[in-house]
Design a protein. Sequence first.
Length: 143
Amino acid sequence: MQQVIYIILTAIGAIIGAYIQNFLNRKSSIETKVQEIKEERYRSTLVYMRCYLNPENIKQFLMNDPFIHSLDDKFEIKKHCKRKVVEFYYSSILFSSDNVLLKMRDFTENPSELAFLETALAMRRDLWGNKTRLEVNNLSLND
């Protein structure tokens, strides 16, 4: 009788263990996918933000946007980039931290180098949890 109980308990333990392992693997897979989505979205958003601020430098960036490369007018480039940043803002509501959303909103309402850098640092913290001692004014390049 003890052997039967031992076998039943072992089987139940194995089933519970397999369930927990499956749950943890799925959770890890989802977290990895969300991280990859965030990285790609944040990278794209930052490129569009840079192009909005400096449309004359658009050729510096490798972009998967055939439409933008057909634009010659700086105003049209800025308009397109702003639309893309707003689009990314709304889709980011699904997965971005509150701070990233607030900084992206600030940029869309008042685009500036400072707002760009604050958004980039918020994205960095959201992706990697990095705290930094750098100040935003120390990150700006003179380009």
